[in-house]
Design a protein around this ligand. Structure first.
Ligand SMILES: *Cc1c(COP(=O)(O)O)cnc(C)c1O
Length: 383
């Protein structure tokens, strides 16, 4: 059968999206105009957070978030090795050390127990913060992490790049949306085309802290503010108060983001329907990421575990099904190995990595395409 390439994830650009961008291109503002503000307000509302700051990508968002949280040279943070490198790299940008705690073998998320063990194995004040990742779209139970963090005076930066629209139920049975800032100090989202909301490049930081919000505004734009207008000074007055960056997003990207955001909840529903189909087809044949009760997985990914992972990967690719691997454990990447991580032993992460494969998962995946993916996967298993 001559099929089209079926990627593991892809963007969906509608006529409406295109018109929104064109309208902004014809307006007075290409950047720093009304669309950025509108995107921030709508995004904050969509995840139930107080403040949102749009940035040029999530990596930049992570960078200025750790700065706003006060991370400095020689400080230490804890994160998961099963994530995109950027979750860890942000600490390296400011000269801080990254310590990896192992994952939970069922949820594939940073293990609370392993994180606690690591913290308790060191003197007080050794670590400054924790960067948990809502990996694959599965929300981290941040209530539990917050308790641990509070006991040891640590902050939490949630990497929610995979999870806009996901939530978990806390101990009071309250729906806690990823990035709502209730149990984390700040959260970061990505608008890379492979994520839920596509802006080309783009990101968003959410927080409930006015202090963090103000620091982020400065850091996003050169450290410059016009806020402290001195009396009798001219209208041109501005101050550069700190060394910041240009991490701004453009207005036409924000226009695309607004249009995409409006469809995100529908997209998450569709992603969950697709996941359900996979689970039914593969029941008792493969191991999947385990969803804690009453959580909603935003399903950036759908991962199965298979012994002959390379065999399945090659077989699917030969059939133009571009399954992907998420991720090579960060501590095994050459950069991290070279700076001293070559002896780190994280057996759950390494075992997970030897078996994981992400199957196509995106709202516009058709039933026909999904059936083809299922058929080829089962065919491989039975050969
Ligand atoms: C995509 C991603 C990032 C980085 O996002 P960019 O917008 O491409 O910078 C960071 N963390 C995780 C977990 C991601 O998946």
């Amino acid at each position: 059968m001559e099929n089209k390439i079926i990627p593991y994830g892809r963007q969906d650009i509608t006529e409406e999206d295109i018109n929104a961008v064109i309208e902004t291109l014809q307006s007075d503002f290409l950047t720093q105009g009304p669309k950025v503000k509108e995107f921030e307000e709508k995004f904050a509302k969509s995840v139930d957070a107080k403040y949102a700051i749009a940035v040029n990508n999530a990596t930049a968002g992570l960078h200025i978030s750790v700065m706003a949280l006060g991370l400095r040279k020689g400080d230490r943070i804890i994160t998961t090795p099963i994530t995109f490198a950027a979750s860890a790299n942000c600490a390296r940008y400011v000269g801080a050390e990254v310590w990896f705690a192992d994952i939970d073998r069922d949820t594939y998320l940073l293990s609370l127990d392993k994180t606690r063990e690591l913290i308790e194995s060191k003197p007080k004040g050794f670590f400054k913060g924790i960067i948990p990742v809502d990996f694959g779209g599965l929300p981290v139970n941040l209530e539990a992490f917050k308790k641990l963090a509070d006991d040891h005076g640590l902050w939490i930066l949630e990497d929610a790049c995979h999870a806009p629209g996901g939530y978990f139920l806390d101990s009071k049975n309250q729906k806690q949306f990823c990035g709502n800032g209730v149990y984390a100090d700040a959260a970061v989202f990505s608008f890379h085309p492979v994520k839920h909301i596509a802006c080309g490049e783009g990101g968003m930081i959410t927080t409930n802290s006015e202090e963090i919000y103000r620091k982020l505004l400065l850091l996003r734009s050169h450290g410059i503010t016009k806020e402290n207008m001195v009396e009798n000074h001219g209208g041109w007055f501005y101050e550069m108060q700190t060394l910041g960056f240009n991490y701004r997003i453009t207005d036409f990207q924000a226009a695309l983001g607004i249009s995409q955001l409006a469809r995100n909840n529908k997209g998450v529903v569709k992603r969950n329907e697709i996941a359900q189909q996979y689970k039914e087809a593969f029941k008792s044949k493969f191991k999947f990421q385990v969803l804690p009760d009453n959580s909603l997985n935003a399903h950036h990914l759908f991962i199965i575990e298979v012994e002959d992972r390379k065999g399945l990967y090659d077989y699917l690719h030969a059939n133009k099904i571009y399954a992907q691997i998420h991720y090579i454990p960060v501590h095994q990447l050459p950069y991290y190995k070279n700076i001293g991580y070559s002896d780190v032993n994280l057996s759950n992460s390494e075992d997970y990595y030897s078996k994981c494969i992400s199957l196509p998962m995106y709202p516009t995946l058709t039933a026909e395409e999904q059936n083809f993916v299922i058929k080829k996967t089962l065919e491989f298993l039975h050969d």
